[in-house]
Design a protein around this ligand. Structure first.
Ligand code: SF4
Length: 375
């Protein structure tokens, strides 16, 4: 299938019927990935600090230094989250935090070093591009020096958060203190050059125009052409409650917008292997339906999560819940790691989660989460 140009993309995104986008996206998804399979990861998303200097207007998570509920965790305290992940039978921890000027490179390296040494069974998927950018700035290091130090400590993948929409017009409106879109790309480029694999995200549904969304995808596609290294594209909608931006955003993105963006991104990002439709970001029912719009991955269990929670968006599941949702969509689940290596398949298996003998005490098992999503 021939690559579609930017102008063709804008036209397609604006005018194509959703059913047409869906059909094309599913064809591409099935050509790139096993048609019957949807992958997921057993993970948790704890935070090491909520102190941040960026004041993004879409964010309800951050606190200024000195705020009564501001926190900055020691390396030992961060390790407690990995211990929890181990006890819960998870394979991956996505660790992220605010842009905290008090934390220098030695802190980040020690977190990675301790995690890799003490928890070799937990995959460290740590620190988004803005955190790496701020770490370099406050540590008087280059981006490459920071990334190389994390690599040398044992980290191999980086989550793709902090991109929002890669458009200077959007950034200057919703997060003017944050690094420019070029810097986000440069960090991922440098990471790919060192050997990291990363994801790419997009937060839509605020001040962007359709052209900004196509610009975002075009920027990612070009970057992937130059130095491949993105594993997956992951879109989610802006969650407005308790954020400053909610006062100026008038039109909220709904379910159809999510399906359109998923299907269109699957068509446009012809050099990406995976597109994720997370059950978490848009809720379980929408997530299940979204698997029929070109996505081949369902994201993680996200056992601990505080960023969306700060906006009042709370959505929970567990291992069995992931299997049930993927099966409800008509697919076979397969468990993966952040490199998208398959760790386990479940053909013919109904009840699958048996914690390793002697590793999980009864009181340490995951709580039974309520089966609901709140927005
Ligand atoms: S989105 Fe990230 S960088 Fe922006 S204010 Fe929130 S924690 Fe800080």
């Amino acid at each position: 299938m021939a690559r579609i140009s930017f102008s063709e993309g804008v036209d397609l995104f604006n005018h194509a019927p959703l059913e047409e986008l869906q059909q094309r996206a599913v064809e591409i998804r099935n050509a790139k990935n096993p048609p019957n399979r949807v992958t997921f990861v057993l993970d948790s998303n704890p935070n090491y600090t909520n102190v941040c200097n960026a004041d993004c207007t879409f964010c309800a998570f951050y606190r200024h230094p000195g705020a009564k509920d501001a926190y900055e965790k020691s390396v030992d305290q961060v390790m407690e989250h990995l211990a929890f992940a181990r006890r819960a039978g998870l394979t991956t921890v996505l660790l992220q935090g605010g842009l905290n000027d008090n934390l220098k490179l030695d802190y980040y390296v020690e977190v990675v070093r301790r995690a890799v040494h003490d928890y070799p069974d937990i995959y460290p998927h740590f620190f988004t591009a803005p955190e790496i950018w701020n770490c370099a700035k406050v540590s008087n290091k280059t981006i490459r020096e920071v990334l190389q130090a994390l690599w040398d400590a044992g980290q191999r993948t980086i989550p793709g958060g902090g991109a929002e929409i890669l458009s200077e017009r959007v950034r200057s409106t919703i997060s003017p203190k944050k690094m420019a879109p070029d810097a986000w790309i440069d960090i991922h480029h440098t990471a790919h050059d060192i050997g990291f694999r990363t994801t790419a995200t997009m937060m839509y549904g605020h001040v962007e125009e359709p052209e900004d969304i196509v610009t975002h995808l075009e920027t990612l596609r070009q970057a992937q052409d130059v130095i491949p290294g993105f594993t997956a594209f992951i879109p989610w909608s802006y969650k407005r409650h308790r954020t400053a931006l909610r006062r100026t955003v008038k039109n909220w993105a709904g379910t159809d917008a999510f399906f359109r963006i998923l299907a269109f991104s699957r068509i446009y990002l012809d050099n990406f292997d995976h597109v994720q439709a997370s059950w978490f970001g848009e809720g379980k029912e929408t997530g299940i339906q979204a698997l029929h719009y070109g996505a081949d991955d369902f994201g993680g269990t996200v056992v601990e999560e505080n960023v969306h929670r700060a906006t009042g968006h709370i959505c929970k599941t567990d291992h069995q819940g992931m299997l049930d949702m993927i099966r409800a969509a008509g697919y076979e689940p397969a468990q993966r790691n952040p490199l998208y290596d398959i760790l386990k398949t479940y053909e013919g298996v109904d009840t699958v989660y048996v914690p390793p003998e002697g590793r999980v005490k009864e009181e340490d098992k995951l709580p039974i989460f309520e089966d609901c999503c709140q927005k």
